[in-house]
Write a protein that binds this ligand. Structure first.
Ligand code: IMP
Ligand code: MG
Length: 178
C-alpha cells in the first residue's frame, strides 16, 4: 500500500496538532450547548474518533451514511442510507474528512435543518476550497489542500487507503491503471 503513495501531504504529527486545535475551539464555542456531533461515514471515522478525545464538554455522537464519489470525481448525486439521527432542537456539528465541492455537506445540512436542528455547523479535517461548487464555509477546518486527490486517514480511493496513518497523494499510475 505504501508504495502507491507519491508523497506525504499531512503527517501523523500534523494531524494530531490540527485535531487538537479544532477540538479546543469547539470546547470554547459549545460550552453548555450540548452539541450533537454527526459524522459522515465512512470517511469521518479516524478524524472524528481523535477529535472526540479532545472534546471535554457534554455532547452526543451519531452518524449518517452518505456517499457522492466514484473514483476520483464527485458524482454530484448524494445518497443517504439508513435512518437520520433525531436532531430536533439540537446544536449539530457535522464532521467529515474533507470538503470539496460542498455538495455532500450542503445536502446533509439542509436535511438536518428541515428535520428541526436548531443550528448546524460544519467541521472538516481538510478543506479543498478550489473544488467548491456550492457556497459553503465550514466553521472548523483542520487544514487546507490544493486541488489534488488525497488519501489516508479516512480518505479513500475506491474504498482503499482509508487506513493510512497520514494523508498522502497517490501515484498517477494508480489512477491510470484502472
Ligand atoms: P463534496 O460533496 O464534493 O464536498 O465531497 C466530499 C466527499 O468527497 C468527502 O466526504 C470525501 O469522501 C470525498 N472526497 C473529496 N475529495 C477527496 C479526496 O481528495 N480524496 C478522497 N475523497 C475525497
Ligand atoms: Mg467520504
Amino acid at each position: 500500500m505504501i508504495n502507491d503513495i507519491e508523497k506525504v501531504f499531512v503527517t501523523e504529527e500534523e494531524i494530531k496538532e490540527l485535531t487538537k486545535r479544532v477540538g479546543q475551539a469547539i470546547n470554547k464555542d459549545y460550552k453548555d450547548k450540548d452539541p450533537l456531533f454527526i459524522g459522515l461515514l465512512k470517511g469521518c471515522l479516524p478524524f472524528m474518533s481523535d477529535l472526540l478525545k479532545y472534546v471535554d464538554i457534554k455532547c452526543s455522537v451519531d452518524y449518517l451514511r452518505c456517499s457522492s464519489y466514484a473514483g476520483t470525481h464527485s458524482v454530484g448525486t448524494i445518497t443517504i442510507k439508513g435512518d437520520v439521527p433525531n436532531v430536533k432542537d439540537r446544536n449539530v456539528i457535522i464532521i467529515d474528512d474533507i470538503l470539496d465541492s460542498g455538495r455532500t455537506i450542503n445536502a446533509v445540512r439542509n436535511l438536518l435543518l428541515q428535520n428541526g436542528a436548531k443550528t448546524v455547523a460544519i467541521c472538516v479535517m481538510l478543506d479543498k476550497p478550489e473544488g467548491r461548487v456550492v457556497n459553503i464555509n465550514p466553521e472548523y477546518v483542520g487544514g487546507l489542500v490544493p486541488d489534488e486527490f488525497v488519501v489516508g486517514y479516512g480518505l479513500d480511493y475506491n474504498e482503499h487507503y482509508r487506513n493510512l496513518p497520514f494523508i498522502g497523494v497517490l501515484k498517477e499510475e494508480i489512477y491510470s491503471n484502472k
